[in-house]
Write a protein that binds this ligand. Structure first.
Ligand code: HEM
Ligand SMILES: *[C@@H]1O[C@H](CO)[C@@H](O)[C@H](O)[C@H]1NC(C)=O
Length: 531
């Protein structure tokens, strides 16, 4: 009968089609969910189990994220003489490693995460150039902070960007930047001196130095990499700080596909901040372009100048090289703003903490600083090269309080890792902070502050070369490591020659991995002006 009823026919069939389509969609989604959330984790756990690699059980959808968060939340503060920070900073890894060994598998949501607590395996991953261990998809929140720049690119895009950026980090270029670094530090130190002088007769002041170093290193990167004004730098800096908190919250929660498009409060805020950072960076770029057009000079030797220059050179060059788009330049600027200051500030903070709790070492390095660069002159690159003890202290700081505590890779094709078959789609987690305390590599005093272990250089400090992973190793290692060390040396030298300092009694020793490792409640220090 329905066949006869031509008036309702089309409606019925449209509805039927819609129902059928919906049914197919729902069952496809269910199928995909079943495969992703049940079958894959089950198969991966079995594949690892057969090879003797165990770990905490997979829980539907959330994996071990809940347990990890609970353990992190329960972590308490440490004695300030203790550098045994793993039970606090990576409590879940601490617990699982003692139960399942140096190599185990846990679950980041439905994704298997292989902990590679073994130097030989870690080095094999970092040395790989086949692309089998790529950068993981960082997600919208982390990308908003870092930009899709060098840190997260892979393959040809990475090679193209690295080629453009590389010349800015040649040692001769860096040495010309030390003047700018030292000038930024002089501003901060003058403000401290004024406060100390006003505080007669003791000349003592208490300062939370963590924040001071964040601002200082942001100021340095604004000036050296972008030649930009303090205000522009400050705008990016403040927006990125808030983006860091948003990124951190996202990192510790279950990642549901598409969730970044839902207008939640934090997504809306993230978008607004992204727009603001982009606006400021575009203004900076346009200023530079306008100056070039007006004065007919080159783009300049700083990072921004080199990127713009390379962009113009490749434009219509016909050499097959693709130029960087404006979006790529903006992303790379974000990367350098964040990667270029946050880590370095924490290195300085922890170095001050260690020197403020090991006063014998503070005296030793001050003696060296006064010998090599006493007086008022700003230290230059050559002088900084002579500060051997300061360098050892910085390496030892990077070992015990590595600002980056974990290196992460995504296994992009089934891999053979030192004989272990690792299925595609596994995360490889290299726990830098744990490896830095490995007694087989560093000796029985691995838990102690002993800068002298570095007296033969960075590669002679452990049983094998390449044990210090603070800047990673190989072709994807930190492009800014010389920059960071030069900056940290200049800052420390300038502080040491003007102030004696101790960690304040108020300080709480609570290192926290907030994307980068930092003291949870800052680092209050008591500084005394030297005469
Ligand atoms: C103490 C200071 C610093 C530490 C501890 C540090 C640490 C690291 C680490 C561990 C990586 C490798 C990340 C990975 O493979 O997943 C890295 C990469 C990188 N860092 Fe640094 N960094 C520091 C300072 C800087 C500075 C000052 C800059 C820029 C001015 C910078 C720019 C970069 C860039 C662009 C990459 C990506 C390199 C690539 O993949 O080609 N870093 N850094
Ligand atoms: C995996 O690599 C090891 C050396 O690391 C080698 O001895 C072994 O034969 C390889 N296994 C396979 C299946 O390729």
């Amino acid at each position: 009968m329905a066949i006869m009823d031509t008036s309702t026919g089309p409606d019925v069939s449209t509805a039927a089609v819609a129902v059928a389509v919906a049914a197919v969609m729902v069952s496809t989604l269910l199928w995909v969910a079943l495969v992703q959330l049940v079958w894959r984790p089950y198969a991966a756990a079995r594949a690892f189990g057969r090879q003797g690699i165990r770990g905490p059980a997979y829980r539907f959808l959330a994996g071990n994220i809940g347990e990890a968060n609970a353990m992190r939340a329960a972590a308490t503060a440490l004695d300030r003489r203790s550098h045994d920070i793993i039970p606090r900073v990576l409590p879940h890894y601490h617990a699982w490693m003692s139960r399942y060994g140096k190599v185990f598998v846990s679950w980041t949501g439905p994704i298997p995460a292989l902990c590679v607590g073994d130097y030989a395996m870690a080095k094999e991953i970092l040395a790989d150039r086949t692309g089998a261990y790529g950068k993981p998809d960082p997600g919208a929140a982390i990308l908003a902070l870092f930009g899709n720049g060098l840190v997260f690119l892979d393959g040809d895009d990475w090679a193209r960007h690295r080629r453009v950026v590389h010349p800015a980090f040649a040692m001769d270029k860096l040495k010309t930047m030390t003047g700018t670094m030292a000038a930024c530090a002089r501003e901060m130190i003058r403000a401290w001196e004024a406060r100390a002088a006003a505080n007669n007769p003791s000349g003592e002041i208490e300062i939370e130095v963590g924040n001071q170093f964040q601002e200082l290193t942001a100021d340095v990167i604004s000036h050296t990499a972008f030649g930009s004004s303090y205000l522009q730098g400050k705008e990016v800096f403040e927006a990125q700080r808030e983006l860091q908190a948003i990124a951190m919250a996202a990192l510790y929660s279950i990642r549901i596909p598409g969730i970044q498009y839902i207008p939640t409060k934090s997504n809306v805020r993230r978008r607004r901040l992204e727009k603001k950072v982009r606006g400021t960076l575009m203004a900076m770029i346009h200023e530079r372009q306008a100056a070039v057009a007006k004065e007919g000079k080159g783009y300049g030797n700083d990072l921004l100048g080199l990127m713009l220059e390379a962009n113009v050179a490749m434009c219509g060059g016909g050499n097959g090289a693709r130029r960087m788009t404006m979006d790529e330049i903006v992303d790379e600027c974000k990367t350098f703003f964040f990667a270029g200051h946050d880590t370095t500030s924490h290195l300085l903070t922890w170095a001050m903490f260690l020197l403020g709790t090991h006063l014998d070492w503070q005296d030793r390095v001050r003696e060296e600083v006064l010998r090599e660069c006493g007086g008022e002159a700003l230290p230059d690159g050559d002088v900084l090269g002579k500060l051997k003890l300061v360098t050892m202290v910085l390496y030892e700081t990077l070992r015990l309080y590595s600002p980056v505590s974990m290196l992460v890779r995504m296994v992009t094709a089934d891999a053979n890792l030192s004989g272990i078959h690792v299925p595609k789609g596994t995360l490889a987690m290299i726990p830098v902070a744990i490896l830095h305390r490995d007694v087989d590599a560093w000796g029985d005093d691995a838990g102690e502050f002993n800068p002298l272990r570095f007296r033969g250089g960075v590669n002679k400090a452990a049983a094998h070369a390449g044990a210090l992973l603070a800047f990673s190793l190989g072709h994807r290692s930190c492009i800014g490591q010389d920059f960071a060390l030069l900056e940290a040396k200049a800052m420390l030298a300038m502080i040491l020659r003007r102030f004696a300092f101790e960690v304040s009694p108020e300080y709480v020793h609570a290192p926290l991995d907030f994307l980068t490792m930092q003291p949870q409640c800052g680092l209050p220090m008591v500084l005394k002006l030297l005469d």
